[in-house]
Design a protein. Structure first.
Length: 165
């Protein structure tokens, strides 16, 4: 698929996360749809597409829904680049690889934002391990769905492209 299509789908996923997040909430835990989507795109399309996607979606998320501009754009860009960079080392349409990266990225996200809270706000509250665990489980479930949809879309687009050649 083209980067333009990924941006449109990413915008829809960001809107779902922001405006329908309460519907997806279970006991105060909300999945990070944008993070999971960027991981799946990075595995399917590579680091350049994921880098641009993470930067654009992260920047828009920062502008509209965050107090500090740049935090999510830096985080999503970095995650997209590194996952896409390691894409060639794995069979990237395999959902297990996306699940592993989703778990790692969720842990890194909690650590990244906790360190920033300590640095910026001097907030030394302990992180609730159960919140991290349940977020990981929720992201895994969402990752399976998003990865399946993206793989199906990508194979459909490739088949249509081959058909018209």
């Amino acid at each position: 698929m083209k980067s333009k299509n990924y941006l449109i789908i990413g915008g829809v996923i960001a809107l779902i996360q922001v405006y329908m997040g309460q519907l997806l909430e279970v006991n105060g835990i909300v999945p990070d749809l944008i993070l999971v989507y960027i991981i799946c795109v990075a595995l399917l399309s590579g680091h350049q597409t994921a880098l641009v996607l993470g930067l654009v979606i992260g920047f828009l998320y920062d502008i509209f829904f965050n107090d500090f501009i740049g935090l999510y754009s830096i985080f999503y860009t970095t995650i997209g680049y590194f996952v896409g960079y390691f894409r060639n080392n794995f069979f990237y349409s395999n959902v297990q690889i996306a699940l592993v990266f989703s778990v790692l990225a969720t842990i890194i996200k909690f650590m990244f934002f906790k360190i920033l809270k300590v640095i910026i706000f001097s907030n030394f509250e302990m992180v609730n391990i159960l919140v991290i665990f349940y977020t990981i489980i929720y992201n895994i479930i969402i990752c399976i769905v998003i990865h399946y949809i993206l793989v199906k879309l990508q194979t459909r687009v490739e088949n249509e492209r081959k058909q018209y050649r």
